[in-house]
Design a protein around this ligand. Sequence first.
Ligand SMILES: Cc1cc2nc3c(=O)[nH]c(=O)nc-3n(C[C@H](O)[C@H](O)[C@H](O)COP(=O)(O)O)c2cc1C
Length: 303
Amino acid sequence: MKPDLSIDFAGIKLKNPILTASGTFGYGYELADLIPLQKLGAIVTKTITFEPREGNLQPRIAEVESGMLNTVGLQNIGVKAFVEEPLEKLNKIGVPVIVSVAGAVTKEYVETVRILNGQNGISAIELNLSCPNLRKKIICHDLCLLREIVREVKSVSKVPVIAKLSPLATDIAEVALSAQNAGADGVTLANTYPAMAIDVKTFKPKLSTLKGGISGSCIKPISVRCVYDAYQSIKVPIIGCGGITTSEDAIEFLLAGARAVSVGSSSLVSPRNLVKVIYGVENILEEKGIKSVKDVIGFVNKV
Ligand SMILES: Cc1cc2nc3c(=O)[nH]c(=O)nc-3n(C[C@H](O)[C@H](O)[C@H](O)COP(=O)(O)O)c2cc1C
């Protein structure tokens, strides 16, 4: 018999724990001709803000060893346009939709969520509190601001609220605990790591904003460690994210304590990879005679 891949994440029923990572899969519906979107556990949209944003100047992307840098700068059409078209198209797919939200100040987060509240077909909000390209300081590095945003959004949101955190923290468990204590129903660990690359031919930084966020295989061990550390301290479920390319990578995050995982940069190389990861997780569990994916979540912590 095939193993059961279904999980419950903060009250949301997912047919499997494999999600898209925000910003690496467009609004989520555009790739319908390339991959069977209904196979995904959930779609996490690119980050939406209250007002439309043009994003940062080019170049916004640079390849580095075993990863990439980006400084997209949250380019998006703004929440009012998002609910008119992309959300309607997303709702036709038949998978849970998690809308990623950001703002420069608390009020922007809250006002964006108020507009989303009036819509059907949103399973959860993921608060992007960890963008390295939005403000001078990453929001979740200020624990007071992190708590304020989570608390205020939670007080208006009609759906579960997931806090997406930065891996750049002295004590990630403390940051995750702050999010939980402020009311977050789950956390995503983690976003990109602030980073820089310089072209030695031109002597110039490779990104227009000089620095950006690094993602891909090279950050996986850091993000796995973040999940492991946070799992020991918090009760709310974790979405593991960072460098997942294969089903083995996904299992690694689950073993560390993630209840679901999101796949980012590797989808930019091949969006179909997401489906391979789902089938691969199923095969690994079957080969090991494990009946349910729930049995591997946090296993390493029990050893
Ligand atoms: C091009 C690009 C755009 C991204 N945009 C967003 C975004 O809009 N919101 C967000 O929360 N994370 C964004 N991220 C971060 C990813 O969701 C993910 O957390 C990070 O890339 C680590 O996962 P990965 O190594 O699998 O890519 C972006 C990443 C990339 C590479």
